[in-house]
Structures are given as C-alpha cells and as structure tokens.
Design a protein around this ligand. Structure first.
Ligand code: LLP
Length: 418
C-alpha cells in the first residue's frame, strides 16, 4: 500500500494509468479529481484476499468517497456499504448496492432515516445510544417492520491518530460506553421489534499501528463472552474501518497482516466478520489535478496560487494533513519553498506549506492521495463549483461527475417577492 501508484512518469509527463494528466486537463479543465479504476479493483481484491475462506462482508464507508460510479464499481465487486445518513442510503441503492449488505452507523439517525432504512431492509443499524435503540424499537413497531441491530461499543482505546478523527475514546461522542453495553444488550433482547445481530466498534481513522485494532477487538471479544453467558448469541462482529494509508512516509499495516491478526482472534467464534474500510480502499486511488495560476513572493515567502482550494480539498487545513504534490511536466526551474494556496479568501486556504517544489505559472500539478475525504468533503464556499471527477481505465477515460456550473449552485435558491 504505497502512495498513489497509478500515477507514473512517461516521456517527461505524468500519466494516470495510460492517459497523460495533460490530456485530462485539456479535456476536462482543472481542478479535476482523477481516479484509477484498476487501483480501486486491485485494492478491494487485495483486502478481500485474506478473507476468502472466512464468512465476511466488506462494507465500504461511503463517506470516504460517495461518487455513484465508485459505489457501483464496489457493489459489482461484492462490497457492502457503511452508511451514516439517509442521503448515503439513497446513493447506495441508486448505485446498485444490495440493501442487505448495508450497515447504518452514526450518532444522530432521525426518525425518517430509520423508516427509510427499515423499508429498504438493510442488514443492520449500528446503534450508538440507549435513546437511539428506544427510537428504533418505537419506529419499527409503528411501521411493523422488525429492526436488526448491533450495538456500537466505545472500547476506550487510543487510536493514536489526529484528535478530530479519533472516535474510540470516552471523550468522543461515538458508540455506547463499554460499561453500559451489556445492560443495553439485555434491554434490546426484551424489545419486541428488535433483533440482535451483532456487535460493532470503530475507533478512528488513518490508524497506522496494529495494536489499537487488536486492543479494541480484545475488549469487544470480552463483551461477546459476557453476552454468551447471558444467552445472547451474535451472528456478526463488525470491527469498523480506520486502517491508514501512506500519504508521505507512513507505513500502515499490510492488509494481509491486519486481517490475519483479526481472524486469528475470532477463528473459534463462528461469526461473520464485517469491516468498514473507507480511506484504505480509495485514498490512494485518486488524485486532484490542479493548475498554478500565479506565483508571488515577499521577503519571507513564496506562494503558489493554484486553482484548487480548501473547498475542493479540506484535509490540509482541517487536520494539517500532508498531501504530496507532483509536477505534471518536469522542467528545470529552481526549487523553492512554497506555500501552495488556493483562491479562497481565508488564510487557512492552503494545500501545502513550506514545500520544496519547482513551480512556474501555468504548471499542472498533481495532488496525491486525494481519493478519500477529498471530493466527499468538498463545498461550494466562495461560490466555487465543485471539481469535475473522472475515472481512468487503462487508456479509457470517463467523466463520472461533471464540473458544477454557477447556475447549479443557486438553482435551489429563491428570490423574495419584492
Ligand atoms: N466506519 C465508521 C463508523 C466511521 O465513522 C468511519 C470514518 C469509517 C468506518 C471509515 O474510516 P476509514 O477506514 O476511512 O478510516 N475526514 C477525515 C476522516 C474521517 C473519518 C470518519 N469516520 C479525514 O479526511 O481524514
């Protein structure tokens, strides 16, 4: 799982699979997200490889990248989906996902989202609080559709990642406190429209060590044991997502080792194992192609002002995240330390800081590892239309989302009757 490998140089220019990024910029303009179909397939298949002999389900975390073409591709490979909203439910169904492979996470499921998920007959709700469990029971009874649930426990394990993307600590709003989980299961057992299916936990994102996963699983398994003693038998264990990728020089655990360690722990349990990977499946299958508009400098700084901004890729400003930047066509300009910034009117609008780069005006640049939480977190701030999205498949190129026009942005707004 190295950095974005479908981007490679040929004849002095970067290519995405068999197509030059220059050709893509010419046809679709910039900024444009570029994904590799074959990287998506290979990554999914390599995740699955260690699971072939095990009853399993890989539920892609839709929030990482919710483009219909990507969801459709994963569905065709047999994936299930981890959703966190009614919107994601509709997307997955529209994209051809099987509702019986959907798990529904999230701390704030509304009544109408619960109704929609029950009617769609999803695999299960990952319940995050006592109040939510009560609401699901009430809604299920009202519309007379039984609800399958698992309880998302908060194992209080430090995932050792950025605090904004750590979810498995007592400090975090996610999951049911470990010490309250057993009593909640006992309550669930007595509820007339609730079917207990499993247990779930998710401790955070961009986790690059194995230990937090193992610690969390150990805690979950101790609870599975207590449940058994109380005559509650589960059909699945969902260990969430969170496995990290290489953005710079991180070495996240290999899928093979990660899966082996987990399977080792549950081998005697006779349960289905569910994973909810997001970033690991798409992060290095996408890049953001952008153009340098202006260079400017003062006595302490060189700025490269590009046509992508924080509204296109929020991660640098929100998490101080690192995304490597590559020049699409090499040249011999002198390397300088650049702040690579966008046109948005915020000092927080940057893609990279103090990065040694050789840049000239009008250069195309490739912002690496942008397939996860890039487009899906984008916004229209400063009335900027969202970027186009394209998918390469060897020497074929498909537009999978058209660049937004200004009229798309205000089409839902209405003038007052003055
Ligand atoms: N399952 C649940 C319940 C989640 O909340 C998440 C991510 C995942 C699975 C997938 O996690 P992954 O495998 O992608 O790490 N916007 C942040 C990441 C937020 C992750 C939120 N939850 C970023 O750009 O780094």
């Amino acid at each position: 799982m190295g950095q974005t490998s479908f981007i490679h140089p040929a004849q002095g220019v970067l290519f995405a699979e068999g197509i030059s990024l220059e050709a893509i910029a010419k046809e679709f303009g910039t900024p444009t997200y570029v994904y590799s179909k074959n990287t998506l397939i290979q990554t999914f298949e390599s995740f699955k490889k260690g699971l072939l002999k095990t009853d399993h389900l890989i539920c892609f975390a839709v929030k990482a990248n919710s483009n219909i073409a990507i969801l459709n591709l994963f569905a065709s490979l047999g994936a299930g989906f981890d959703i966190v909203s009614g919107g994601e439910l509709e997307r997955v169904i529209y994209a051809g996902g099987d509702p019986q492979k959907i798990v529904f996470s999230g701390v704030g499921k509304t009544e109408s989202e619960i109704v929609a998920a029950l009617k769609a007959n999803i695999l299960c709700f990952n319940v995050e609080s006592r109040s939510e469990l009560i609401r699901i029971q009430e809604v299920a009874e009202k519309i007379n559709i039984r609800a399958s649930i698992s309880i998302r426990v908060n194992p209080d394990v430090d995932a050792k990642t950025h605090p904004y993307i750590s979810t498995g600590l007592k400090d975090n709003k996610f999951g049911v406190d470990f010490n309250q989980a057993l009593s909640l299961y006992l309550d669930a057992k007595s509820m007339s429209y609730i079917d207990i299916k499993g247990i779930d936990c998710h401790i955070g994102s961009q986790i690059i060590e194995l230990n937090p996963f193992i610690d969390a699983l150990d805690r979950v398994l101790s609870l599975v044991d207590q449940l058994k003693k109380n005559n509650i038998h589960l059909s699945h264990i969902d260990i969430g997502g969170g496995i990290g990728i290489c953005y710079q020089d991180e070495s996240p655990p290999d899928f093979e080792i990660y899966i082996k360690e987990i399977l080792n722990k549950i081998k005697d349990l006779n349960v289905k194992i569910i994973f909810e990977p997001g970033r690991a499946l798409v992060g290095n299958a996408g890049v953001l192609l952008s153009k340098v508009e202006y260079l400017k400098q003062n006595d302490i700084k060189h700025f490269a002002i590009i046509d992508a901004a924080m509204n296109d890729l929020m991660r640098p400003t929100l998490y101080d995240a690192y995304h490597a930047i590559k020049l699409v066509r090499e040249h011999d300009a002198k390397p300088q330390l650049f702040d690579v910034v966008g046109p948005v009117c915020e000092s927080g609008d940057f893609i990279a800081k103090n990065r040694s780069l050789t840049l000239k005006e009008n250069d195309l640049i490739c912002i690496m590892s942008a397939g996860a939480y890039g487009m899906s977190m984008s916004s229209n701030y400063n009335s900027r239309g969202r970027a186009a999205e394209v998918m390469v498949d060897q020497d074929k190129l498909y537009e999978i989302r058209t660049r937004e026009k200004s009229s798309d942005l205000f089409k839902l707004e209405k003038k007052l009757p003055l």
